[in-house]
Design a protein around this ligand. Structure first.
Ligand SMILES: Nc1nc2c(ncn2[C@@H]2O[C@H](COP(=O)(O)OP(=O)(O)OP(=O)(O)O)[C@@H](O)[C@H]2O)c(=O)[nH]1
Length: 553
């Protein structure tokens, strides 16, 4: 048995073309597991170079072995100039999760074997719908030109209902990978996410994914991106997340092009919360990025928006399992557990500071969640009313955006009127109630909040028609509007304009983004959107159109 000593530059050794079965990921699912950190008996560290002592019984060690050993070094501190915080933004199904999987595998952060285990365990709902609902984070170790780098991937949900979370997670980064499907091109959410990234001054690295598909047209898609977004595509990376093509180029580009965070460790602590969830045993677990200062285990911390204070029982990094550390510095990303009782105390966008040395100003961008869509939820079996209330209370611990109040109806008995961020949020809550809490529910048609201006100058916000003030007392009623942008092949322009017009839409703008694709903008009442608008858009365009909406008020 021979023992050899190797100096490893991971990036030089990783394969350019690895074919593996792609698991729909688990960056998102991994949060729920708390496996102990990996340990490797054959592994020692020196400076920022990695040295592997490999015991070879059957010949040379495999490339996967090298990658995974490098990944195990990820708890090591690196100087701030070697930290990169980045995010992946993409339209739904363009391959964000598959790419995240590959980055984790290639950097040895998660082994293929572990990925499959996690894959089997978790979050049915996300996998069935193929969407990312909650965002996650993962710390990776990457060795580039003999220096160790710490790459923090902050994953974002792709759907507009969660665009506030997307914007907060982007605020925690310096760069973003913009993943565009090379066979489909720019879609509505690509645009919306790019604008959010540009607002946050992020360095954008363009990744043209799925180049393995026969229908891939990277050159045409590049032209489209240059025309529509105005991004320079000369250094776009061609990639197939599924086949493992272009992954090392992406990792190199992150190191070369994403700027490191500023060194502000000496300032009073300010950390931005970009996600939080409720753990029944440990209370709320908060994911944050330290913007200024440092945070240590045992510190008394203060949440600037909610005004609550707690002791940090445990701090650590996400890699992507939780791994405890003693201290985190400006530029780093991690989690805190502080026996916090409700997610509402530590909401996404809030700023964490020290109780005894408070920062003067909180970080910008905090918003209270305002529900936009409402519906009534009633148990089929009236005896399940209290179970429904318990279930809603439990879900609310984990989801501060969910609002509910008791309601009764002569036809359906006792239930709750619930408020959601949008339609997808509503469907997710309904499904979770039915699956996780075994409830059979009757759901009323979704509605929106109307603002009633009364003759006595009172303003009443009303989501329930039965609470509308009497006609004599009302001066006017206002309803919420959304701006929708539809991207469609030109053959369907007519039918989609008809659809928007039927739904009281007001035409705003139409432009051709390429010769064959156009973008159409309308403003229409949210009440018209909450029905089957999206289904109609898909069926009338044979599935080719995509859309994005923003609230205009
Ligand atoms: N042929 C091919 N298929 C890919 C590639 N990357 C992803 N896919 C497939 O595209 C589909 C969508 O990929 P996902 O990674 O789930 O997409 P996503 O962007 O994460 O979707 P959301 O979670 O909804 O945001 C899956 O069926 C993948 O297997 C690729 O490079 N080539």
């Amino acid at each position: 048995m021979a023992t050899i000593l190797l100096s490893l530059n991971t990036h030089a050794l990783l394969p350019l073309h690895t074919s593996t079965r792609t698991t729909k990921t688990t960056l998102k699912s991994l949060r729920f597991s708390h496996n102990p950190p990996f340990s490797s008996p054959f592994y020692c560290k020196h400076d920022t170079r990695l040295h592997l002592r490999c015991q070879t019984t059957t010949g040379t060690p495999s490339i996967a072995d090298f990658a995974s050993s490098a990944g195990q070094d990820r708890l090591r501190k690196v100087p701030i100039k070697n930290i990169r915080n980045f995010s992946i933004i993409a339209h739904i199904d363009h391959g964000k999760s598959t790419l995240a999987d590959k980055l984790l595998q290639m950097t040895g952060t998660v082994q293929k074997r572990d990925m499959k285990e996690q894959f089997l365990d978790n979050m049915d709902l996300e996998r069935e719908r193929g969407i990312t609902i909650k965002l996650q984070a993962a710390r990776m170790r990457y060795v580039y030109e003999n220096e160790g780098y710490c790459l923090n991937l902050i994953d974002t949900p792709g759907h507009v209902d969660f665009s506030y979370e997307v914007s907060r997670s982007l605020a925690a980064c310096e760069g973003a990978l913009l993943v565009v499907d090379a066979s489909q091109g720019v879609e509505a959410q690509t645009l919306a996410n790019v604008y959010l990234a540009l607002e946050n001054n992020l360095e954008i690295i363009l990744v043209l994914n799925k180049i393995d598909l026969p229908g891939a047209e990277p050159d045409r898609v590049c032209m489209e991106i240059e025309e529509v977004i105005g991004l320079d595509c000369s250094n776009a990376i061609h990639c197939s997340a599924k086949e493992g093509i272009g992954i090392t180029e992406i990792l190199d580009a992150i190191v070369e092009r994403v700027p490191p965070p500023h060194d502000t460790a000496a300032m009073p602590l300010r950390a931005l919360i970009f996600d939080s969830y409720y753990d029944p045993y440990r209370g709320v677990i908060v994911y944050f990025r330290v913007i200024d200062g440092t945070i240590k285990k045992g510190d008394r911390i203060y949440f600037m928006a909610s005004g609550k204070d707690y002791y940090a029982d445990e701090i650590g990094v996400l890699s992507p399992n939780q791994m405890q550390v003693e201290e985190l510095y400006a530029g780093e990303v991690g989690y805190i557990s502080a026996s916090i009782r409700s997610v509402a105390d530590a909401r996404v966008g809030d700023t964490i500071t020290h109780y005894s040395r408070k920062a003067e100003q909180s970080l910008p961008g905090y918003e209270e969640a305002t529900p936009m869509v409402f519906c009534g939820l009633f148990p089929v079996d009236a005896d399940q009313f209290s179970e429904l209330r318990d279930a809603l209370e439990k879900l609310q611990l984990n989801d501060a955006a969910l609002k509910f109040e008791p309601e009764s109806s002569s036809a359906m008995g006792f239930g709750f009127r619930c408020g959601f961020l949008g339609l997808l949020h509503m469907e997710i809550v309904q499904e979770r109630l039915e699956r996780e809490y075994n409830l059979s529910l009757i759901t009323t048609a979704p509605s929106v909040v109307y603002r009633v201006n009364c003759v006595d100058d009172d303003i009443v916000e009303c989501s329930n028609p039965s609470l509308l003030p009497e006609p004599g007392k009302r001066r006017s009623i206002e309803e919420p509007f959304v701006k929708i942008e539809m991207l469609t092949p030109k053959d369907y322009i007519g039918t989609l304009m008809e659809l928007a017009q039927e739904r009281r839409g007001e035409f705003k703008e139409m432009k051709y983004i390429t010769e064959i694709r156009a973008s159409i903008t309308y403003e229409l009442p949210l009440a018209e959107m909450v029905g089957d608008f999206f289904d109609q858009l898909k069926s009338r365009s044979k599935g080719y159109a995509s859309m994005e909406y923003t609230f205009v008020g």
